[in-house]
Design a protein around this ligand. Structure first.
Ligand SMILES: Nc1ncnc2c1ncn2[C@@H]1O[C@H](COP(=O)(O)OP(=O)(O)O)[C@@H](O)[C@H]1O
Ligand SMILES: [Mg+2]
Length: 385
């Protein structure tokens, strides 16, 4: 296990032997956010209700309320919280009940640091996966809502744009009304642009799947991107020339790049800085995917990635938690569809997003797309774009 790993979780540690809780605190102090200590099952239950920790580590044998009784009480309010049961018991009589309660991990006593850290790491992965799934469900509901509104909105806009066009054609060129109709038409086109992003949030942005080569696509966008980036900001490309083709909608891929680069430019603002666009291929295992944003059901394997990194303002945990919500913005009112659309597009391509960001120190967005065996065989350098 990586000794530097730090998990953003709180853990309730229940043991009637202070020497054990002291030892656990020493072992875990550097790798979790918070350790809450209870001296028996009764206190453990009370502290669980008070603090709602992310996971529980409990001794089996304790006076009054033992580890299993407490775990049952905890499970009745938090059916999914991971529970690690520590025991020095040589008998396995407790096992049927422990299995019935759904104890997540068992640890023999005396405790070995390595085993304890591995158990905490596994529980963290369960907690994180649950968080991500809840988030994905929330985003899916918001996406359905945004998509439904956009669909109705589009029908109305079609009537506005169509009828404005008819009226414009019927008017003599010198009519002063034309100017006002043009304003109506332009506003309706702007609204249609917003509706399009809302459709993207729902993963309903209209699909045309091609074999595309992200490198060639980026080459085609280079000039436009350089134009978007202000003078003090350097834009660099690090493209992997062994990149496989991808089955994707090229228009939507361009949309992802545009939205991410605009955000990167806004994050760097007026200071000097840099934006780096990279592509590559990587193996994603379970542990890496747990750390990514995605829909239910992404699988371990090879992924093609597109990465956009900036040296801008970075984001704190609160911003990252809301980043993909439609209309979430720390900028101007009426914005906040860029990342929601990126997530909708990535989700509909069965991809994932990995984010590293630190306030004041920039952000890196790695967008991952599954590289199927078929596409992996077909290396970049051809004529598709
Ligand atoms: N590269 C970035 N650096 C810092 N913050 C970012 C970055 N990308 C997105 N954000 C944050 O996420 C929010 C949502 O982004 P987005 O959906 O594109 O909406 P908007 O850019 O219109 O505010 C932004 O307001 C900003 O707070
Ligand atoms: Mg944006």
């Amino acid at each position: 296990m990586n000794p530097a790993a730090k998990y953003p979780v709180s853990i309730l540690c229940v043991d009637d032997e202070p020497a054990n809780t002291d030892l656990i605190k020493r072992h875990l102090a550097a790798c979790v956010d918070e350790i809450i200590v209870a001296a028996d099952g009764q206190q453990g239950h009370e502290l669980f209700l008070k603090h709602l920790p992310d996971m529980v580590l409990t001794d089996l044998m304790m006076p009054y309320v033992d580890g299993l009784q407490m775990s049952r009480m905890v499970r009745s309010v938090a059916p999914k919280v991971p529970i690690i049961l520590m025991t020095s018991c040589s008998s396995i009589d407790f096992l049927p009940e422990a299995i019935d309660i759904g104890i997540t991990q068992f640890l023999p006593k005396p405790l070995l640091k390595n085993k304890l850290l591995t158990a905490v790491k596994r529980c963290y992965e369960t907690v994180e996966l649950e968080r991500r799934l809840l988030n994905a469900q929330k985003l899916e509901s918001l996406g359905v809502l945004a998509g439904g509104v956009a669909h109705n909105f589009n029908n109305i806009l079609t009537a506005i744009i169509g009828n404005t066009d008819l009226a414009l054609n019927l008017l003599p060129p010198s009519s002063p009304v034309k100017e006002y109709l043009k304003i109506i038409e332009n506003s309706a086109f702007r609204a249609a642009g917003i509706a399009k992003q809302m459709m993207d949030c729902a993963g309903k942005g209209g699909f045309k799947i091609d074999q595309i080569n992200i490198n060639l696509m980026l080459d085609g966008m280079r000039e436009m991107l350089q134009f978007t980036v202000p003078k003090g900001v350097a834009i660099r490309f690090i493209l992997d020339d062994q990149l496989p083709y991808l089955k994707a909608d090229s228009e939507q891929m361009r949309q992802i790049v545009t939205n991410l680069v605009i955000n990167a430019v806004e994050a760097v603002e007026n200071r000097d800085g840099s934006i780096t666009i990279s592509t590559g291929i990587m193996e994603c295992d379970h542990a890496y995917l747990v750390d990514c944003w995605h829909d239910n059901g992404v699988e371990e394997g090879r992924y093609v990635f597109l990465e956009i990194a900036d040296t801008g303002c970075g984001m704190d945990k609160e911003i990252i938690a809301k980043l993909f919500d439609p209309f979430f913005s720390t900028k101007f009112i009426g914005r906040g569809l860029g990342m929601a659309a990126v997530f909708g597009i990535v989700r509909s391509h069965k991809g994932a997003i990995h984010i590293v960001s630190t306030p004041g120190a920039g952000s890196t967005f790695r967008i991952l797309f599954p590289a199927s065996a078929e596409t992996a065989a077909c290396l970049a350098g051809g004529s598709h774009a």
